[in-house]
Ligand binder design. Sequence first.
Ligand code: 5CA
Ligand code: ZN
Length: 441
Amino acid sequence: MLAWPAPLLPTLPGTGPALRLHDTARGEVVATNPGTTARMYVCGITPYDATHLGHAATYLAFDLVNRVWRDAGHAVHHVQNVTDVDDPLLERAERDGEDWVVLGMRETALFREDMTALRVLPPDDYVGAVESIPRIVAHVETLLDEGLAYGLDDGTGDVYHDVAQAPGFGAESGYDEATMVELFAERGGDPDRPGKRNRLDPVLWRGQRPGEPSWPGPRGVAGRPGWHIECATIALATIGMGFDVQGGGSDLVFPHHEYSAVHAEALTATMTGEKLPFAQAYVHAAMIGLDGEKMSKSRGNLVFVSKLRGEGVDPMAIRLALLSGHYRTDRSWTPDLLDTARERLATWRRAGARPAGAPAAPVLQGLRERLADDLDSPGAIALVDAWAARTLAAGPDDDLEDGAPTIVGDAVDALLGVDLGPCAPGPAPDPGGEPAAPRER
Ligand code: 5CA
Ligand code: ZN
């Protein structure tokens, strides 16, 4: 699939430190240790509705991972999927009397626009579930051949992974069985389906149902893929096993990331004999809520990035508002958050437009340290606030550093992804924001 255009990434003097991130599997902040090329798989959208601020916050967190790795001197191979066939997409298309393909393509196009506006670095491989079906079918067949998967004998054609035979099952989430059963039922699983060997076995292939799209499947049974095998297969086909970070929101800790990992680990052990972990670290962004509830398509309490953009809100203010909270803290979206971000952006732009400012080197070093420390974006933002305040408060006799605003502007752009150049033209003028002065270079 086509991803979206990459924003310009300024080159900064020197290199940043190694990135430390919280790994859900180990339950602690650990050093990432990528090779020359860091490998990251970020779970993509299910395109049945527009990008809301919760999605955006999660993609921004992994965009910081990408930026910090690059600043530390690594190339980054970033993969993202699009769940372009699954229950929620088919249900929404059915509800609205729309073709599911058209719905998915339209919402994916809108997501690309939102990511472009938010200056999120695009994935190197942007891969849909539908285009991956032949690979998924081959994987399900392998698991069936090895006796690690089984078909139900109720005539549906559904195939399940036998998790009792998956040695690593539970290692990613660390949850006990009762918690797993509860979350599995809540998040698309079917613990009470008769005929399964184990309540926690996940579906790998769903035989065709009337009115649903289908493709030729394992052992000739038409149907469509399960959700977790989609991400396992796409990761194996692009970055392989043992990649550095598997990313998503905290609602993917279980079942999705647990099952993607055990599917891929079982396939690898079978196909190569190697016992490799799926990912080195499983990193999860906290949930964004509205009025005390998780923002979710099913609850309908959504604030869309595209709606804010349509109202003329500068995407850089949306980005700053979302980054003003730490990625691992559940938090609520409020209009105040956006007002504060708009004021902050205007202040940073005023300081960034000065020919001279407070010294840049400590800001660059501080930004690098804060972000490398488990993406402490609030700490990073506070440093830029202090620099902008010192720069703007300086009188004509103060000893300022020529060119410092350009270096700080480049650091804010490369590391936080916030462009301090003139506000991008939007569909409507921003009534609340200050007109931005162009940055002198
Ligand atoms: N297609 C699957 C992943 S393979 C999926 O979960 N799609 S999604 O559209 O439902 O979510 C896309 C990403 O946004 C996921 O990482 C999910 O964890 C994250 N997300 C969803 N809701 C929120 C929220 N309220 N706050 C933060 N992140 C969220
Ligand atoms: Zn996924």
